[in-house]
Design a protein around this ligand. Structure first.
Ligand code: SAM
Ligand code: SF4
Ligand code: SF4
Length: 387
């Protein structure tokens, strides 16, 4: 048995040191890239979705994301000075929106730990897409602070919310978050969010075989007919610290099988291009979708690659742009916002980054297991880049 009191030694800094600098030629002179308008990457994929990590810290220690023996109090979290300010984040976000981004998700770490997060939400909610419509502005949270913050988030302009919840059984949930946090408080947070009008709410459950698969049916029963969409996520080989093994992944097909033993499901169409979840509706006695009972989703990030229409960019708390969850290097925008660069140059840099994108890790990985990233460098952690 491994000694749980000992900390694993993982080289921590180099995952974040792999930063690419945007060449000056992309931002100056005749070769200036377009500064607005839809961008298409090398595989024909548009840029539509920006995920912004607002902190690399968290009050949970989910073993699949921030295992306790690595993310100790001695872990070198980002120093305050390297975090982007809300003004810097909003300035970068504005250029992404001018390039076609329609949806922004705030994430982390735990985004509700970032002080005065509602001030950032206020700034982002004022942005308009290239069609002149409001952004789809959302946030993913573990729900621990939600009961306290739901009203303020809504008042600041947040449209909707995703809450991560890995089980209903208190003992299973406390073991999953690994800080002994009670499930009741997350359920209260969801209720507070609903009362505040933060809908539609989604609940994400990462399924780890042998750890919380007992919770698939109880979770489905609980949220069926509640107006909340429950989504089951395959445990991914993201990062380098969670000790991922294919054996611990419960494929979505198996999750649907477990559900169908008790609950009749029918497949539904994707609601928009680039949607990560396959949707299943609860069926009525005639085999039609029972809208009052609602739907569930499964996100098969491991067993069914969806890279071909992946339209997401991710920005770390310190302003590194990642083009794939499994990338080992980010593109440094912080030095540009803190340097002597104009908005036009910043927008041209974003165009340079997206138009050069070729990432499709899940497609290349194939079904049977994880391969190291192509250049052999360490992968970035989910808590740094955001989910
Ligand atoms: N702390 C917030 C939360 O948990 O909702 C936001 C950040 S968290 C990194 C975003 C999402 O990533 C969560 O839904 C979490 O369950 C998911 N996640 C983290 N590690 C994962 C992994 N190895 N496989 C699949 N999903 C993972
Ligand atoms: Fe924290 Fe979210 Fe990661 Fe869990 S999944 S450790 S709540 S950042
Ligand atoms: Fe997108 Fe990378 Fe995931 Fe493929 S592996 S869907 S490119 S984030």
């Amino acid at each position: 048995m491994p000694d749980k009191t000992q900390h694993r030694i993982v080289p921590l800094i180099d995952q974040r040191a792999g930063s690419l600098t945007v060449p000056l030629t992309a931002m100056t002179g005749d070769r200036l890239k377009p500064t607005q308008g839809l961008l298409i990457d090398t595989r024909g994929r548009p840029l539509r979705d920006l995920r912004i990590s607002v902190t690399d810290r968290c009050n949970f220690r989910c073993s699949y994301c921030m295992p306790k023996d690595v993310f100790t109090k001695d872990y070198p979290y980002l120093p305050h000075a390297s975090l982007l300010t809300f003004e810097e984040i909003a300035r970068i976000a504005r250029q992404f929106v001018a390039h076609g981004v329609q949806k922004i998700r705030l994430t982390g770490g735990e985004p509700l730990l970032r002080k005065n997060i509602e001030l950032l939400i206020e700034q982002l909610s004022a942005l308009r897409t290239t069609d002149g419509t409001a952004l789809d502005l959302t946030l993913t949270t573990n729900g621990a602070l939600l009961a306290r913050k739901a009203q303020a988030l809504k008042a600041a302009g947040l449209n909707r919310l995703t809450v991560s919840l890995d089980g209903l059984d208190d003992a299973v949930f406390r073991a999953m978050n690994d800080v002994d946090f009670p499930v009741r408080e997350v359920l209260d947070g969801i209720e507070a969010a609903r009362k505040a009008g933060l809908g539609p709410i989604k609940v994400n459950m990462v399924v780890k075989r042998g750890t919380n698969d007992s919770q698939i049916l109880p979770m489905a029963r609980h949220f069926r007919g509640s107006g909340i969409v429950l989504r089951f996520i395959e445990y991914m080989d993201v990062g380098a610290t969670n000790g991922w093994r294919m054996h611990d992944v419960m494929p979505s097909a198996e999750v649907v099988g477990v559900l169908q033993k008790e609950l009749a499901l029918i497949p539904l169409e994707a609601s928009q291009p680039g949607e990560t979840a396959q949707r299943w509706g609860y069926a009525d006695a005639n085999g039609q979708h029972d809208r009052a009972a609602g739907e569930i989703g499964v996100i098969s990030s491991v067993t069914q690659a969806f890279c071909s229409d992946c339209n997401r960019a991710r920005m770390s708390t310190e302003g590194q742009i990642y083009l794939c969850l499994f990338a080992s290097q980010g593109h440094n925008l912080r030095d540009l916002v803190r340097g002597d660069y104009t908005d036009t140059q910043l927008a041209a840099a974003i165009a340079h980054i997206w138009t050069g994108r070729a990432d499709r890790y899940s497609e290349l990985r194939g079904f049977e297991g994880a391969a190291p990233p192509g250049d052999g460098k360490r992968r970035v952690e989910m808590s740094y880049i955001g989910g």
